[in-house]
Design a protein around this ligand. Structure first.
Ligand code: NAP
Length: 300
């Protein structure tokens, strides 16, 4: 339980509702900033403007998955007011106050470093990335169905990258009956791809592997589907680029060649916000509990 812990949830989308539900269930005292248009009320959670938060008593601050933008602005789907995270604000929090975010950017990383507050990026954790790969795969399947006139079963699919997302994508398309080839750069990944019953190739050979591809799904956050690669692809190919912005595809050249290439960020939040929220809520509940116990240990 988190009884006695004071936590501010600043902004966010539907995923944050699962987080709020979890924190109130665990008996934390929760302050909601950027939620005034949210009709639902949670026992144990109060809506407060940023100015009215008990900043110097906060044990933790939960930011939306995206953190802040480069000006410190926090996305607030349930509010029309501006919420901006500033150095002054962080300086007024207790030293042990931890900031939780999905990802970070230079602004947020520098701000927390300057204020000497711990920043936890949930999406850097293996467990979160692996759980998140489940709704991501479902989103990729949805896109493949929406944007093709043939079945996934029997189609030639290339998956780029055998990381946490790539592995789930490759396995699921294989299970749906696609002929799946997977591109990686490490020999251990090549071995794993073979072990999974899929066809491996080195990404350095990508150009020579794409001549029959129907669907190419990229998870490598690096410009990998270059103009040279696109020039060898059939124009019927559908590219679903899952890698974080700006993706790994030369979108300009793909368009020129008439190849449909779609950058598809944030699929978990789109196809399954409740599940995506639960993934974050469960991990946050555990992390906050650990921090809380450590804090109590230091006091006694
Ligand atoms: P990950 O576990 O780090 O996997 C990335 C893979 O890319 C690794 O296997 C890595 O191989 C490979 N890679 C990186 N640079 C490469 C290069 N230059 N050449 C060949 N391979 C390279 O990351 P992840 O969790 O799977 O996430 C992958 C991407 O998808 C990220 O950009 C993430 O933000 C994004 N994502 C998007 C969604 C969505 O909804 N669209 C959902 C989840 C994740 P090595 O091991 O050899 O470095």
């Amino acid at each position: 339980m988190l009884t006695g812990m004071q936590i501010a949830v600043l902004g966010g989308d539907a995923r944050q509702l699962e987080v709020i539900r979890k924190l109130t269930e665990l008996d934390a005292k929760v302050f909601l900033t950027g939620f005034e248009q949210l009709a639902h009320a949670y026992t144990g959670a109060v809506k407060e403007s940023l100015e009215d938060l008990p900043v110097n008593e906060l044990d933790a601050i939960i930011l939306p998955v995206a953190g802040t933008n480069m000006e410190g602005k926090i996305e607030t789907i349930f509010s029309s007011s501006q919420v901006v995270l500033t150095e002054d604000f962080l300086n007024n929090t207790p030293e042990h106050c931890t900031i939780y975010s999905g990802i970070s950017n230079d602004y947020l990383s520098e701000l927390t470093a300057k204020a000497n507050r711990k920043l936890v990026q949930l999406f850097e954790r293996n467990d979160v990335a692996i759980y998140n790969s489940i709704p991501t795969v479902e989103g990729a399947i949805m896109m493949a169905i929406q944007h093709t006139d043939f079945t996934i079963h029997g189609s030639n699919v290339i998956v780029l990258g055998l990381g946490r997302t790539g592995m789930s994508v490759a396995r699921s398309f294989h299970a749906l009956g696609a002929k799946v080839k997977v591109g990686a750069r490490k020999t251990e990944h090549i071995a794993r791809i073979s072990e999974m019953g899929l066809t491996p190739f080195f990404t350095s050979e990508l150009e020579n592997e794409v001549d029959h591809v129907d669907i190419c799904i990229n998870t490598i956050p690096h410009k990998i589907i270059t103009a040279n690669v696109l020039a060898k692809m059939p124009s019927r190919t559908l590219i679903i680029d899952l890698a974080s912005k700006p993706g790994g595809t030369d979108f300009r050249y793909a368009e020129k060649r008439g190849i449909k290439a779609i950058l598809a960020p944030g699929l978990p939040g789109i196809v399954a916000p409740k599940t995506a929220g639960k993934i974050l809520a469960n991990v946050l509940g555990q992390l906050l509990y650990e921090e809380f116990e450590i804090g109590k240990g230091k006091q006694s």
